[in-house]
Design a protein around this ligand. Structure first.
Ligand SMILES: Nc1ncnc2c1ncn2[C@@H]1O[C@H](COP(=O)(O)OP(=O)(O)OP(=O)(O)O)[C@@H](O)[C@H]1O
Ligand SMILES: [Mg+2]
Length: 360
């Protein structure tokens, strides 16, 4: 119901798509309009576009079981975005997108070799930033309760002094806690990357987390990824409301971050103002994302998968039997697209650019 209501807001009533449920089914759906980015073709062979001026925001969720083509689709769309002057940043757990980004004239940065400055409040107040950082840190290191609450003043000190070592010093009286967070924080104490400078440079970027390895590396990767995403939100929000996005952040394997209750992704999705950025979460596990999010993001793309996966999706979106069959038995490259303001899910054959295909 809420979804239907959101489709009927006066602002989007002009969209032809909103009138479709009011039409008798025998009337052929109106032709697709042109938009920013071609995503694929519908069953009639007509082009289906993403049009950011019509979408209420540029956020997205892209789901599909392993091998269904999420990463490939993200690269393909990214190529079209960059051609239209919209920058892209890939949060890339294993470096899978590095070559593609370099092919676009972009840069690859490994957060292990080029640690970002996580203390930069990026438009948040120092209190809010300390609060956010310490809750992410507590969650990724599994430090809860009273011990977790001890992190906040220590991180606050670090934010004020602009030095992560200050947090480690402040935690000296609590050696157990110090040992839990030291492997995450210490390698970040000499930052080599300021996100603000990276955003100003405006070049396509692949931020490689290299999360496979020791536990500390995985915890650090999650901490850094969450901090960076919160900074993107902070910095882009200070630039004010924008009609078109300037930046899309593709978060590959987002389920690992979405599982954290302190992740900044959902908060960005819940923001109703239209800032100049979009987070595109790629996930194998659609049910990890709360139901309301599917009604808030500008668009969702559901790629194919198993029976269990398609059933999971049916609980999240209003899919018809034909949509379900399309996803279950469809060949690779078939998807269902849900755009906010267009109450009809579209079955599409994705238009994947050849530059995006990486054979494994
Ligand atoms: N539309 C397509 N046409 C041709 N090949 C494709 C298409 N989509 C994906 N592929 C190929 O399928 C393989 C898996 O795709 P991809 O890595 O994008 O899947 P994924 O959904 O990201 O998987 P995972 O969840 O494991 O990361 C790759 O080798 C890719 O090149
Ligand atoms: Mg992938």
């Amino acid at each position: 119901m809420r979804r239907l209501m959101s489709g009927l807001r006066p602002r989007s009533l002009a969209l032809a798509g909103d009138l479709i449920p009011l039409m008798p089914p025998s009337i052929v759906p109106p032709a697709e309009e042109e938009g920013d980015v071609l995503i694929g073709f519908d069953e009639y062979g007509r082009e289906v576009y993403l049009d950011f001026s019509k979408l209420p925001n540029a956020h997205s969720v892209i789901t599909g079981t392993t091998g269904s083509g999420k990463s490939t689709l993200a690269r393909s769309l990214a190529l079209s975005l960059v051609e239209r002057g919209i920058n892209v940043i890939f949060i890339d757990p294993h470096g899978e997108h590095a070559q593609f980004i370099e092919g676009l004239g972009g840069v690859t940065l490994s957060v292990e070799a080029t640690p970002p400055d996580v203390l930069d409040p990026a438009g948040f107040s120092p209190e809010d930033w300390s609060e956010l950082l310490s809750s992410i840190l507590a969650e990724v290191t599994g430090v809860g309760g009273f011990l977790g609450s001890m992190l906040r003043p220590a991180i606050r000190r670090a934010v004020e002094e602009g030095d992560l070592k200050a947090a480690l010093r402040a935690l000296a009286p609590a050696p157990g806690l110090l040992e839990a967070v030291r492997p995450v924080l210490e390698p970040l104490a000499k930052p080599k990357l300021r996100l603000e400078a990276l955003l100003e440079a405006g070049v396509p970027t692949c931020l490689v987390l290299r999360e496979r390895g020791r536990l500390a590396i995985e915890q650090r990767a999650k901490f850094v990824a969450c901090a960076l995403l919160a900074q993107v939100q902070g910095l882009m929000s200070t630039k004010g409301v924008k009609h078109r996005p300037e930046l899309i952040v593709v978060i590959d394997e987002a389920h690992k971050l979405l599982a954290l209750s302190s992740n900044p992704i959902l908060r960005a999705y819940q923001e109703t103002r239209k800032f100049g950025f979009g987070f595109w979460s790629l996930t194998q596990l659609p049910a990890l994302i709360p139901l309301e999010i599917y009604q808030l993001v500008g668009f969702s793309v559901f790629l194919g998968g198993t029976k269990e996966y398609v059933e999971e999706l049916s609980a999240l979106a209003f899919l018809t039997d034909t949509d379900r069959e399309w996803l279950l038995y469809g060949v690779r490259g078939y998807a269902v697209l849900v755009r906010q303001g267009d109450p009809r899910p579209r079955r599409v054959k994705l238009a994947i650019r050849k530059e995006a295909i990486i054979e494994q």
